[in-house]
Design a protein around this ligand. Structure first.
Ligand code: PMV
Length: 326
């Protein structure tokens, strides 16, 4: 059977950085995110008895050998779980460049999990889907459920899973991504995270996370935008402090990143309520409410070094669609 799924990327408000188990991708901390309407992956999977090898194609781009191997490992997990022996053809397409810090691996492994199990004829609970997506890429588990999502770090592979805190329509927020560099990032989050334990700041970060998770979910529940923005920036800067104090150090910011961050602080002084967050790359995510979307887009366009802007609303989770890519 040939099946296609769409999954959005997600932006973490409280970030995941560091693993308790590398192979199982068990995180050291829980995290909270929002699915992004403007940055998504479409993936078609077909298992066939006549196929002699797994093939993986990225439309409009190429997979590295490592990425191809990770995708084939995900297909093997699907075969193992379902008992299917057939090999597969996978064709995938992103609406955005991979490696831009807009988490193509999150949407990619979420879409692959959904399409792959459906193509294998299996029905999984959403909880189990998030577990399988997590094994491909940690943050992918957050792209399975709808809207605003928490990934509970859990205690084992079976309960380290993600679920919806609030549906997309709960709060009309925007994530306006300022692309300052669309080239592939130098050190992937998987590689970078391996050094997290070498940072003297990691333990202090982990101790601060439970309170931030509570502040973030409270701010989402009460729609307190300032409280949300404060905790988002605090956690972003804290994660980057850990990255920068690792051995070897990781510095994902560019001069343009610093300019956008300084601009955001200036816009707040002009009473524009907008906050920033940054993943493992130089691009900046501007978080604001729908009412401020136009002014934030206009300001973002004026920043020196801003090459492209992607506007995102809160999005639904991964879902199957009728139109196949081949
Ligand atoms: O699961 P990965 O490899 O996409 O790692 C995600 C790491 C960050 O984007 C930096 C933080 C996060 O929680 O999304």
């Amino acid at each position: 059977m040939k099946v296609t799924a769409i999954a959005s990327s997600n932006i973490a408000f409280i970030k995941y950085w560091g693993k308790a188990d590398d192979a199982l991708r068990l995180p050291l901390n829980s995290s909270i995110s929002m699915n992004l309407s403007g940055a998504y992956t479409t993936t078609t999977v077909e298992f066939s008895p006549t196929r002699e090898s797994d093939t993986v194609t990225l439309l409009g781009g190429t997979f590295s050998q490592k990425e191809e191997a990770r995708t084939i490992q995900a297909l093997e997990r699907i075969r193992k779980r379902t008992g299917l022996a057939h090999l597969a053809r996978v064709v995938t397409h992103n609406t955005f460049p991979k490696g831009i810090g807009a988490a193509a691996s999150a949407s990619g492994f979420a879409a692959l999990t959904l399409a792959g199990f459906a193509a294998a004829g299996a029905t999984l609970s959403q909880k189990e889907q998030t577990v399988f997506a997590r094994l491909g890429s940690g943050s992918a588990c957050r792209s399975i459920p709808d809207g605003f999502v928490i990934w509970d770090k859990g205690t084992s592979s079976d309960d380290s899973c993600a679920y919806t805190l609030y549906p997309p329509m709960h709060w009309d927020l925007r994530d306006i991504v300022v692309i300052v560099d669309s080239h592939m990032k130098k050190v992937s989050s998987t590689e970078g995270m391996e050094g997290a334990g070498t940072s003297p700041l990691l333990q202090r970060r982990l101790a601060a996370i439970p309170d931030r998770i509570k502040r973030c979910s409270d701010a989402l529940r009460t729609k307190d935008f300032q409280a949300l923005g404060d905790v988002i920036e605090e956690d972003c800067l804290d994660m980057h402090a850990v990255m920068q104090s690792q051995s070897p150090p990781l510095y994902y910011w560019s001069t343009a990143t610093e300019k956008v961050v300084a601009s955001v602080r200036g816009w707040r002084r002009e009473q524009i309520p907008v906050y920033f967050t940054i993943d493992a790359g130089p691009n900046v995510h501007l978080i604001c409410e729908a009412k401020d979307e136009q002014v934030v887009i206009q300001k973002a366009r004026e920043v020196d070094g801003a090459k492209e802007i992607i506007v995102n609303k809160p999005a639904q989770g991964a879902h199957l669609v009728d139109k196949n890519l081949f």
